[in-house]
Design a protein around this ligand. Structure first.
Ligand code: FE2
Length: 166
């Protein structure tokens, strides 16, 4: 049986404060200690990093619209503001990945099949599918970034990964 006693739930206003605090900590990563990735390392990293970079760059228009509707009907005004900050934080993660990719000469993807699938599944179906897909993506990201952290010797990447999986 699982023990939930150490867990606490956060209200929407607490999540809002969480994202407000996080946005005060934008990283300026120093690439001076960054080594060179081999072509095989780049080939291994590229498909997934490029997908994450693309996915986290989403403007989240549908999510934002759904969150505003939910905020109104549920009488939870902080909800939409919190989702807006969440989207902006994900965009910052995308910017970190972009910086890393560009430093290593990796081309950014304009489109991602995976991102397209995520969009298709959640688009226009209301807040619950939007959030379910996002939570799924975040769970995948936790595992993905942990695997990358174990596999990477890049100092700048280590900093990004700490930020993105926090
Ligand atoms: Fe992220």
């Amino acid at each position: 049986m699982l023990d939930y006693s150490g867990l606490r739930s956060y209200g929407y206003s607490e999540w809002f404060e969480h994202y407000v605090e996080n946005r005060k900590q934008v990283l300026a990563v120093d690439f001076s200690q960054e080594g060179t990735l081999t072509e095989s390392e780049k080939a291994l990293l590229y498909p997934s990093i490029a997908d994450f970079q693309r996915g986290e760059a989403s403007e989240g228009k549908h999510l934002l619209a759904a969150s505003k509707r939910f905020a109104r009907t549920a009488g939870q005004p902080a909800y939409a503001d919190t989702i807006k900050l969440f989207i902006e934080e994900e965009n910052q993660h995308s910017a970190y990945l972009k910086e890393f990719m560009q430093f290593h000469g990796m081309q950014l993807k304009k489109n991602s099949v995976l991102d397209g699938v995520f969009r298709l599944v959640r688009k226009g179906k209301g807040i619950h599918p939007e959030v379910a897909v996002l939570v799924s993506a975040e769970i995948i990201a936790i595992c993905y970034y942990a695997a990358l952290r174990n596999a990477s010797s890049s100092p700048s990447f280590e900093i990004y990964l700490r930020e993105d999986s926090a």
